[in-house]
Design a protein around this ligand. Structure first.
Ligand SMILES: NC(=O)c1ccc[n+]([C@@H]2O[C@H](COP(=O)([O-])OP(=O)(O)OC[C@H]3O[C@@H](n4cnc5c(N)ncnc54)[C@H](O)[C@@H]3O)[C@@H](O)[C@H]2O)c1
Length: 248
């Protein structure tokens, strides 16, 4: 029987490539995004019979309906990739609480809600795999306290789930990419010159190159698959080495 993978944020720059590559690896893919049109567009590049389910992952009833729909249609859920994410850049001193809360809701609470809803399915099938898309920023960053805190919390969630759900046969890992050119970075109001930022990132990255969405997707597909059956609770940095030096 075909294994089923949910990809959240599947309408985005990374989620769309992750969905495509999971399908290429043989998964039945369910593309989830609050932007249904973007998810529909992404589904066009996904092989097999991709299913699109628009949902706001911060909404408990949306998440419940999503998992119920997958359970009804496929009777199983093998992989959850939590890729939906937002970033709100502010210095701590002027951090607006609504932006802090929104960041935590999407980046941490959303993955928790989805995994919580999936536990009964995982218990019944005795297996499951979660890949959370964290970020290099979990190690710390400037003027993105909310984002880096949320991505560090996501690592905490990953490690705790690995311990708690391991006895059910469920693995949980995180992928932490550094800067990737996607629509995501348009949210950063502090970036006036994207080319300048690209040059700056490239200069301090040991391999002197930026990450491509396929690099992230390759790591996700590996961790999601049975090839990583004895890997759990890990953070895989997809950073070309940029996780090692401090951001200048
Ligand atoms: N692009 C980068 O530089 C970079 C680097 C490291 C980590 N990341 C992380 O990778 C993930 C994907 O990033 P991306 O570059 O593809 O971003 P993106 O902005 O291209 O895509 C994110 C997608 O998430 C969806 N989304 C946001 N909030 C949602 C919600 N509440 N419910 C459902 N969908 C929601 C958006 O509609 C969008 O389609 C994010 O978690 C991001 O934090 C990105």
């Amino acid at each position: 029987m075909e294994e089923v993978a949910i990809v959240t944020g599947a309408g985005g720059g990374l989620g769309s490539v992750i969905a495509r590559e999971l399908a290429n690896d043989g998964f039945q893919v369910v593309l989830v995004d609050r932007d249904g049109d973007a998810a529909d567009a992404a589904a066009e590049s996904v092989s097999g019979s991709p299913v699109v389910i628009p949902a706001d992952l911060t909404d408990v009833s949306d998440v419940r309906q999503l998992v119920d729909a997958v359970a009804q249609r496929f009777g199983r859920l093998d992989v959850v990739v939590n890729g939906a994410g937002i970033e709100r850049v502010h210095p701590l001193e002027t951090m607006p609480e609504p932006d802090w809360d929104a960041t935590m809701d999407v980046n941490v609470k959303g993955p928790m809600l989805l995994c919580r809803a999936a536990v009964p399915l995982w218990r019944a099938q005795g297996s499951g795999s979660v890949v959370n898309i964290s970020s290099r920023a979990w190690l710390g960053g400037s003027s993105n306290t909310a984002y880096s805190s949320s991505k560090a919390a996501l690592v905490g969630l990953t490690r705790s789930m690995a311990v708690e759900l391991g006895p059910l046969g469920v693995r949980a890992n995180a992928v932490a990419p550094s800067f990737v050119q996607t629509p995501f970075n348009r949210q950063r109001t502090d970036i006036t010159d994207l080319n300048e930022m690209i040059e700056r990132y490239t200069a301090f990255t040991p391999l002197r190159r930026l990450i491509d969405p396929i690099d992230v997707a390759n790591a996700v597909v590996f961790l999601a698959s049975d090839r990583a059956r004895n890997i759990t609770g890990e953070v895989l940095h997809v950073c070309a080495g940029a996780q090692l030096p401090p951001i200048p």
